[in-house]
Design a protein around this ligand. Structure first.
Ligand code: G1P
Ligand code: ZN
Length: 543
């Protein structure tokens, strides 16, 4: 077995987006494409030489091929030990937990999250640092720069490693340890939540339906919910991970988790419904005939933190991404803790957690998490809700209604316009930018724009500045309209329009969301001239 240096030429499209490098499988299958990016990671993170690397993915198509290539490249790049999930599997939050527990120098996670899989779907790769969190922007920029000037990469000519058995192997002086993808994560959940209380809830007949969407959380959910917590067999549906996610779109929202949503809005609905995405970091929470928006979920978790063993002493602070609704801000105000507003993407929360400025955080895009890891965590959110329910012994609907009564309700929706022409999308955003000055102070139906800007963020810990993070139109009554382009799509551009209003009066707490926001939805369409630029009458997805 020997090291080989392979000559290559750079690709000009390896700039990581909101969450790593995400492309269609066919792009990754081009000769040297994956290798170039992986070498750029090794070149950007010198600590990996002689260090420990965690490796795994969500099991989507191309996961197994990529894992073998990365193992060979890790050996040739001087990595001393690789912890790889059995069968090459690791959910994103479990990878984060394992990096932290074993003090690894970093991890490579293979996933395109909620994007469809299969040979004609998407693939992705991202690097997480030693704190277990996604690489910060300065590092992803370095990786990108290296990918633009790469001329060769290092690899061994060793054979594939058998990943189905829990044991160790050697590749050219590097140890490969195949570990249980579930064990360390399950242990961490047990340390965080009151498992006996949740077990008692199930014993009392509580009915949960968890939709793993044929993605990575199946084995985790079955082990934790059914084996450890005593939920009845069959609680977890679509629990076998498949390379093409059973041809589904593994995104836990009202549009894509159809089977679960239909059951939760039926006459015989279970007490709680939940779903997770391709790599296990997202979550959707439903009660019997009620949907909990991710923004509300974060607010409820924050308001009830002291019911959870791990958070019983209170929260150091909370954070939300800018487009996420302001529901959690009102809880933070009441708890007298800080609430940070960050750009979209999990990488901005890590610094705040490392500096102990926040304990909980979340995004409107079905992501919630805490400082137990440095990724959002789907099952963690489900267990958090279960723990609250185990203590309160009331319904999700009641918890939500009481929350709105106490804090007011932030009506919230996101309208996505997918696969639009790149040039048109850029023009739409540019035109909005040009209108900002005019929008400031403008009024419609007695609602006045307090502030219209392009959001930028200065990290309070390392003082790095991120600009161009979305156009915000903030009204004097707490309503907001936000426009940004997706950084995770792989076909054309996706325009996301986030619309929110705030309601405190008791007789207006139970309206239909789209109806309650109708005026602002229309305004958003007019201001951005969405139809003109996209040619679309309606959004492709409403969440
Ligand atoms: C989307 C979500 C964002 C999330 C990211 C990764 O990014 O909007 O909140 O962090 O996926 O899961 P976007 O496509 O909007 O850039
Ligand atoms: Zn994900």
């Amino acid at each position: 077995m020997s090291h080989i240096t392979i000559a290559t030429t750079a690709f000009d499209d390896q700039k990581p987006g909101t969450s790593g490098l995400r492309k269609q499988v066919t792009i990754f299958q081009q000769a040297h494409y994956l290798e170039n990016f992986v070498q750029s990671i090794f070149d950007s993170v010198p600590e990996l030489k002689g260090g420990t690397l965690v490796l795994g993915g969500d099991g989507r198509y191309y996961n197994d091929t990529a894992i073998q290539t990365i193992l060979r490249m890790a050996a040739a790049n001087g990595v001393s030990r690789v912890l790889v999930g059995q069968d090459g599997l690791l959910s994103t939050p479990a990878a984060s937990a394992i990096i932290r527990k074993y003090q690894a120098s970093g991890g490579i996670i293979l996933s395109a999250s909620h994007n469809p899989g299969g040979a004609d779907g998407d693939f992705g790769i991202k690097f997480n640092g030693t704190n277990g969190g996604p690489a910060v922007e300065s590092l992803t920029n370095t990786i990108h720069q290296n990918s633009l000037s790469i001329t060769d990469y290092q690899i061994t000519d060793s054979a594939d490693i058998e990943l189905s058995e829990l044991n160790s192997h050697q590749i050219d002086g590097m140890t490969v340890e195949i570990i249980s993808p579930v064990h360390d994560y399950a242990e961490l959940m047990q340390q965080t939540f009151d498992f006996p209380a949740i077990n008692a809830l199930f014993e009392a007949g509580f009915r949960l339906r968890f939709d793993a969407m044929h993605a990575i959380t199946g084995p985790y959910a079955k082990h934790i919910l059914e084996d450890m917590l005593g939920a009845p067999t069959g609680t977890v549906i679509n629990g076998t991970p498949l390379p093409d996610f059973g041809k589904g779109h593994p995104d836990p929202n009202l549009a894509h988790a159809k089977e679960l949503v239909a059951e939760m809005f039926s006459d015989n609905a279970p007490d709680m419904g939940a779903a997770s995405d391709g790599d296990g970091d997202r979550n959707m929470i439903l009660g019997n005939n009620i949907f909990v928006t991710p923004s509300d979920s974060l607010a409820v978790l924050a308001a009830n933190a002291t019911l959870i063993p791990a958070y019983q002493d209170g929260l150091s602070g909370v954070a939300r991404s800018m487009p996420t609704s302001c529901a959690v801000d009102r809880v933070a105000e009441k708890l007298a803790i800080d609430c940070f507003e960050t750009p979209t993407g999990w990488k901005f929360f890590g610094n705040l957690m490392d500096a102990d400025k926040i304990t909980l955080c979340g995004e409107e895009s079905f992501g919630t998490g805490s400082s137990h890891v440095r990724e959002k965590d789907g099952l963690w959110a489900v267990l958090y809700w279960l723990n609250i329910l185990a203590v309160k012994r009331t319904s999700i609907k009641t918890i939500l209604h009481q929350h709105w009564q106490e804090f007011g309700r932030n009506y919230y929706t996101r309208h996505d316009y997918e696969a639009i022409d790149n040039a048109q999308a850029t023009s739409l955003m540019q035109e909005l930018e040009n209108k900002l000055e005019k929008l400031n102070g403008q009024s419609w139906n007695s609602k006045t724009v307090l502030q219209a800007d392009n959001f930028h963020y200065t990290d309070p810990v390392d003082h790095s500045v991120s600009t161009n993070q979305g156009i915000r139109i903030l009204f004097d009554n707490g309503s907001r309209i936000i426009f940004r382009l997706s950084g995770t799509g792989t076909q054309g551009a996706t325009l996301r329009v986030y619309i929110e209003s705030y309601e405190l009066s008791p007789d207006k707490l139970h309206l239909d969301t789209q109806a309650a926001l109708q005026e602002y939805i229309q305004l958003a369409n007019e201001i951005a001239e969405i139809k003109k630029y996209t040619g679309m009458e309606q959004p492709t997805v409403i969440t």
